[in-house]
Design a protein around this ligand. Sequence first.
Ligand code: PEP
Ligand code: MG
Length: 571
Amino acid sequence: MKEFKGLSGARGQALLPALVLSRAAIVPEKRETADPEGEIARFEAIRAAYAAELDALKEKTAKENGEEASAIMKAYAVIARDNFFFKKPMKQVKNEGVAADWAVAAERDKVCAKFAAMEDPYMKARADDIRNVCDELIRRLNGVSSAVEVQGDGPVILMAEDLTPEDTIRIDKSKLGGFITERGGVTSHAVILAKTLGIPAVVGCEGILSAARSGEQIYLNGDEGWAAVEPDGEMAARFAAADEAQKAMAERYAQAAAMPAVTRDGHRVQVCVNSGDSESARAFRPDRCDGIGLFRTEFLFMGQQDYPSEEFQYQAYRAVAEAAAGKEVIIRTLDIGGDKQLGYMDLPKESNPFLGYRAIRLCLDRKEIFLTQLRAILRASAHGNLKIMFPMIVTMEELREAKTLTAQAMAELDARGLPHAEHVPLGIMVETPAAVLLSDKLAKEAEFFSIGTNDLIQYTTATDRQNERVQYLYTPCNLSVLRAIHTVIRNGHKAGIPVGMCGEAASDERLLPLLLAMGLDEFSVVPAQAGKVKYMVQQADYAALSGLPDALWEQETVEDACRLLDQYAIR
Ligand code: PEP
Ligand code: MG
């Protein structure tokens, strides 16, 4: 038995056979081929088959997982079919008689080095796409493939160095019981997918891949962030006990999900879900929550060759409005920039992208993009209960201008004779210290607030949410963050508007009693967490929590705050 330490990606435990995804890149040797023409024909047949496979996958994905996912397959197929790209290495095979795998690898390295040297993160990401396609072709030239095929009925623990978006699409999710990756942070593709599917994950588990083989038993502890290969009997017994408790809790959460989120003494809150990718959209159950508290629209814009049209966006927003069956859907306008880039936008390079040209700043500057999106959302408002939310607001001017442009978009629809809801509530994300400190004023002109703790923690504590070295500072239990949250809730309520939270902290069990006591109206969480949050609300005694905020302000350190919150934990 061998244990490997990592980071907790998604909570829960599993003891299952491993499926080790071998993506070890093959490093081809420079060899000569006796039959260059035959070698080229072999390569072209492999390339055509791979491109056709990607096409089929694209179709399947578009049907099952939506446009974002299929766009990645489409991009891979475009690369696989790029005759211009593959002309050079094939010329080398013909003229110099080298093997195709070596020639493709050499061209891949040359082109990827050029892309990787570009500062634009989108272009850097394109280098990854080219590398992924070339690596798969090289593997196939050597008679292996990395396609993730789960043999048998599963479930398995999928183990990989990291997971590409292609992997997360290809995998048959019904056969997955957990993820372990050697690389990647707590916001990696694997973790997001694990949370959405409600299965455990450990990331940053260095060294485990070389110690495990497919089929071997793996114990994965997502609560504590470690895993063991071929666990001994004692560990297996420990897991069996934890598993039983886990299943009992899952059963309780499922029951809780079917009931409204009301505390034992009758205090009602809303528990909504976050959506913004195909997995969470499919996991959305309007009968298990109070609506969608955050619909991230970026995914409609990512993986496209150009801006999505008003009609394309309208169909997407209309589909979500209809799926919600009359329940609220908060559509957030485009939050691009920062770590999310779009190649076709041609954005200038910035030294501090998270402090730069992103979200509402970009939308107010490129008004046509914003107006197109607003018209699409407003048209969809005729089919459901939609609200619009603006991200990254730091001034009153931004809110006013966003509202003016929404009114303009509505007038444009009227001129075209297109229907929309008579009134669409307009709110803001409170995710910057500026918005917190201005929240008394903003609350008079916004119709609702939603606290975006993912960014609010980052900006309040000056801690990059993606930088692993400073993650110890990135915590909602910092008293400055908790004070900010309390300020926003109080200012919202003073002005008579509802205050929700759509950052990850909304499903943090340590914070839940405090957020209830502070009067948070809406918790918006990934779908797999909605049952747990409802359960904790239903177990809480609202009146008994009333002294918690004052007791918290007596504390001095993060540790003190955590200790106090622990005393109020609902288990
Ligand atoms: C947030 O910042 O808390 C949030 C929900 O938005 P995102 O994670 O998309 O920045
Ligand atoms: Mg944010």
